[in-house]
Design a protein around this ligand. Sequence first.
Ligand code: NAD
Length: 495
Amino acid sequence: MQTKYEAKSYSNYIAGEWVESTGGSIESRNPATGELVSRAARSKPEDVSHAIEAARKAFDSGVWASKRPAERAKVLLEMSEMVRKEIDGLSFLLTLETGKPLADSKGELLNAANVLEYYASASRHITGRIPRYSGTDVSLVVHEPVGVCGLIVPWNSPISLLSWKLGPALAAGCTVVIKPAGYTSGITMEFVNQISSIEEIPPGVINAVTGPGDSIGSELVKNTNVDKVSFTGSTETGRKIMEMASTNLKKVNLECGGKSADIVFDDANMEGALPSAVWSIFRSAGQSCNAGSRLLVQETIYDSFMKDFRETASKIRIGNGLDPVTEMGPVVSESQLNRVMGHIESGKEDGARLTVGGKRLVEGDYARGFFIQPTVFEGVERGMRIFQEEIFGPVLCVLPFVNEDDAISIANDTKFGLAGDVWSRSLTRIMKVSQGIRTGTLWVNRHLNPGPEVPFGGYKQSGLGRETGMEGLMEFLQTKHISLQLTDSFERVRR
Ligand code: NAD
């Protein structure tokens, strides 16, 4: 397995130049080995203001928004091609910084390439309408870019989640300042480095700054020269963003946490339902917003299903993401490890039954990283912390249910509403549960979205607005009504 890598240092990217910060640097380390992966700028708020000014100047000059849709589409297609061409190097770096298996990193980059391609074509489908057309009285409803956008991205899927924002922002004609999470600053700035070579992107259209969320992220949210913030991260930070964005009533969209239910009925195809239930929680070591972290199994099949589930979960191969046999890597950092282990302790203290895993791995090479066993709690009660809070680690809560109404009631017993899975062959059951569950997405006999054409986002405290699909593009556009009277004499409006 290839492991050799020389740590690179990145500065901020502002107005088409690489600009040093006087704030020093932050480091990202491989969560599987503790080795240094990259250094990036520990920006100061003034660096962020500088990036915002560059984005403002580029937006106000019309250098990007006034380009023909076909020209913006060409740039997005070039970006997508670049991701495909550089996929080996980028996925290697993504695995080094996040710990996820290399195949998953490649999958993430392919998703980003696909999303950028989708928004290349979507940029040519921004249309308006003419709701009034009567004699000399004509109304045009048109869509215009929102303006300067702050794109704040988490570490768990840093490049695909960035593409969900960057693709529609550029397609709409906006300019951007990107702010990645500290752990994944290297991969994000390398991605920016690659796309910075695309000549048709005018300086100031794409800017990127790195550093701590509470100082520079908040500057991006408070600064009144920013028209919109698109944020993905925890519900706790999302709440702060909403408050801070009130400075100039900037538009926000928030993609926040989840506690999704995976519901398995007794008539489900178990050959699909079982591996999907295992994969939906333990993929990325449970660090997915849409993880099926609450498994609900119909009581009539509970014993046999859970026997197979425990067996499959215990056999998951844990290791360094660069090793091709690895199925599950480490969690991203020591603080994430401590958080997840704290949840495991709380589950035990509250009386849930630990039936798989529950421990940090500390033997041999594991000692250098942040590896946690796939962990399963049964006998979970709805009031328990592990049932209610997003753990964002490889920890599953399992509950039996009696019928459709019971499954809906358990699934909805949460402040979150991001996604969910239902496994059944009965259309009546599927429709009843799909309509009863309050989430932005419901997957039936599958897990994850089939492509970028469909929207994703949360109900309740899982967020505000949508990403991907045409809905994701509309988030970066605003609506203007132009009312025309095609005569030059004053006429009183009759309502
Ligand atoms: P986080 O909220 O700690 O950080 C997310 C981003 O916000 C980072 O770039 C961080 O630096 C920045 N940030 C932190 N404090 C800030 C502040 N005060 N002002 C402005 N920016 C600030 O989240 P995380 O730990 O990086 O990511 C994990 C969370 O993201 C989980 O809750 C997960 O469910 C959520 N998530 C949601 C989706 C979705 O689509 N709904 C997708 C992926 C992850």
